[in-house]
Design a protein around this ligand. Structure first.
Ligand SMILES: *Cc1c(COP(=O)(O)O)cnc(C)c1O
Length: 395
């Protein structure tokens, strides 16, 4: 998964290009920058790669989510449906936007269950954030159809799944806006960075303005300093964009490596009848950053993760016990531990996340283990890993 494993001359060259000009700012300084526009090039290349009209880089994936919410008109008191299996950033962005996260059940794709969404609608529901976890897709076509029928905005948190697709269409391009992360441990990295993508000209205009204090970016050096809207600073620097640009050009090679490694490991694991796999609505579109599998129950899943990590197949995540990716251990959210009062707390009733119960999601995540696929593995590493898997699972 992590692009940092394959840093090379390409990243160094792009960074050096920027340092040579001294222009770390992504806008303006036209004469000094000698035609070098790393953020702009990255945006253009990512938009082409994903088949979308517009892309705007941000300071992080979390920033991208906030920008997308703002551009989509999600604010004070609006309810946003999201899954309980995601990185904390998804609910943070909703709360920061002034809106109210509403957690809905997932299915065995590890993403929102489209059949359950109806249960969470209220007159205040404005949007759904679907999260494509661990490199592959939720049931995005059905979720998009639902949102269309109900008149809801749809944002895709594709932070973990750049390069993945559903029936040939890139994840992140099904909703009104898609969000990506290029943080230090993601598939491709900028050091820190993120992106929003959209086909909608109006949303794009709002997004790039919002991410830069509301500037309109018309004409030279951010235009005539006109502010069509109130914004914020979520800009990326040219240095970060330069690293990401080199990484983006390696994406297809990364996907090929991941898919090869994953196929070999999955084949070995599939020989054990008690192992099941995460459902993939389109297996061909999987970016293969993780091999995600299920055991019959919570006890055996926790044990398998522990034994695999200790027994030569490390990099196995048991999300039910971690406090980054699943609601169960988000104690800070359950206690609304914020340094300052959140807009959501002004709502009546005030949301109480300590009382949210999602038995189906619990039952799925409690049985799920995800093994990270590394880019640096050689064939011998994969063979050793397969031997370790066989040894541990045969016990
Ligand atoms: C990494 C991640 C984010 C946030 O991205 P940052 O760039 O780290 O801010 C958001 N959502 C998911 C699902 C992620 O994995």
């Amino acid at each position: 998964m992590p692009g940092f494993e394959i840093f090379g001359e390409e990243e160094r060259k792009e960074v050096q290009d920027v340092l040579d000009t001294g222009v770390l700012f992504r806008y303006g300084f036209d004469a000094a920058r000698k035609g070098r526009w790393k953020a702009r090039d990255f945006e253009n290349e990512l938009a082409v790669r994903l088949g979308t009209a517009h892309c705007h880089l941000c300071a992080s994936g979390t920033a991208a989510l906030h920008v997308a919410l703002a551009a989509c008109g999600i604010g004070a008191g609006d309810e946003v449906i999201l899954p309980p299996f995601t990185f904390v950033a998804t609910f943070e962005a909703i709360l920061t936007a002034g809106a109210v996260p509403v957690f809905a059940e997932i299915d065995e794709t590890l993403g929102l269950d489209p059949a359950m969404l109806e249960n969470y609608l209220t007159p205040r529901t404005k949007a759904v954030i679907v999260v494509h976890m661990c490199g592959a897709m939720a049931r995005i076509d059905e979720i998009a159809t639902f949102c269309q029928a109900k008149g809801l905005m749809l944002i895709e948190d594709t932070c973990q799944s750049v390069g993945a697709s559903f029936r040939g269409k890139a994840l992140g391009t099904f909703g009104h806006m898609g969000c990506f992360s290029f943080d230090p441990v993601k598939t491709i990295t900028c050091g820190e960075g993120g992106a929003v993508v959209t086909d909608d000209d109006r949303l794009y205009t709002l997004a790039h303005a919002y991410a830069d204090h509301g500037h309109d970016h018309i004409g030279n050096d951010r235009g005539a300093e006109s502010h069509p809207i109130i914004g914020y600073n979520y800009r990326i620097s040219e240095l970060n964009a330069a690293v990401g640009l080199a990484q983006l050009r390696k994406l297809d090679a990364i996907l090929t490596t991941q898919r090869t490694h994953k196929a070999a490991l999955k084949e070995a694991m599939a020989k054990f009848p008690r192992i099941g796999f995460r459902q993939l609505p389109d297996a061909q579109g999987d970016s293969a950053t993780f091999l995600t599998f299920m055991l019959p129950d919570e006890k055996s899943a926790r044990q398998a993760a522990r034994d695999l990590n200790a027994g030569g197949a490390d990099g196995c995540f048991y999300y039910y016990d971690n406090n980054w990716h699943y609601l169960r251990n988000w104690h800070h959210l359950k206690q609304m531990k914020s340094p300052a009062r959140l807009p959501a707390q002004l709502c009546d009733p005030c949301p109480d996340y300590s009382r949210v119960t999602l038995p189906r999601s619990d039952a799925i995540i409690a049985r799920t283990v995800a093994m990270q696929i590394k880019l640096g593995w050689r064939q011998t590493d994969v063979a050793q890993r397969i031997a370790a898997i066989q040894k541990v699972l045969s016990r």
